[in-house]
Design a protein. Sequence first.
Length: 392
Amino acid sequence: MRGWRTSPNRLFKRGSQIRVTLLTKVLVFVALLVVLSGCGGGLRHESWPGLLVDGDMIFAANLERIQAFEAETGKLLWSYPPETDKELRPFYSTPVLAEDYGDNGLLLFAGYKDQTVYALALEESRGNIPDEPVWTFLQATGQYVGSGVVADGKYIIGNGDGNVYAMNLEDGTSAWTFATQDRVWATPVVVEDTVYIASLDHNLYAVNLADGSEQWRLEMAGAIAGTPAYIDGTLWVGDFSSTLSQVDLSEQSVVWTFGAADWVWGAPLLDGTTLYFTDVGGHVYALNTETREMLWSDPVVIEDVLHGKPALSPDGNLLYVAGHEKGIVHALDAADGQKMNWGVEERNPGRLPGDLVTDGERLYVMPILVGTRIKVLDFDTGKVVWSYPSQD
């Protein structure tokens, strides 16, 4: 059955015709990022705006601005910059909180067009608009698409210029820079004193957290766009060769692979020993990471492109996946993959290229190419709890 190839030692080998097709896909998606990133009069985007939920607050990269909302009601609390600035916008990279820096924490985010990382010092009441950034980082020469991670007093983030930048949270100065050979869209993964970097250059890198020196690298079968998932000394890495690989970090090698039906773009979702992942051909998979057995008899097929990270309901019974082109969130029974009668049909839902986000009470999506920028859905029914701007 197509999509269920496994190999214990080596990645699945593909013919020259398939490699040409994959290369064509890569060029098409890269062109989308460049061409649709806001040229001309309107703000038209085809990328991955993201949001962070922190307690009763939401911080969203809302294309034109970074915005803060009340999570329960959707009330807009503040925007940065206060007025849209064509020189700064758009913002795609999901904001990150550095709780232990500044009096009340730093909010970190990166601009796509202006190639700048910003650090805003939050107020004691996070609903109050912060002052101007306490520092900015200007060394990148490419666009920021993915998000970063806070570790060891540093903010670490990949860039379209092929570099991963680590900046000191105290003052925004450079701690170190690590160069790959292509764009870095995935969020770096930090495990103890090592940073793992997935690049579109087909490599997975292990870098010293303290100084950015390379410890080792592992060539994968395809470009890596999604953030790997870590569990028990291994990374699970999806790539554009339609392969999910289990990488043993102590052995520094691929110890098992699974051949999906199409590119594995989105980040896998780990729930205990179960790994949920998708491919761009619309297939949804559930894998037991201990036994390496598929938990469903067949992959679920969604008639859409899938490249955002899935999400789970608070009780773990429902798995949610977002269709990019049709803009529909689908709910599946996590036990067997059965499609559930869930959600409300909309006339023009936009598109959903990004990750789904939950906070245990609500499910958050960020549509593009429509007026609605944030939509909050009820876990059980899929009905809209609130949206921004309001649909009323």
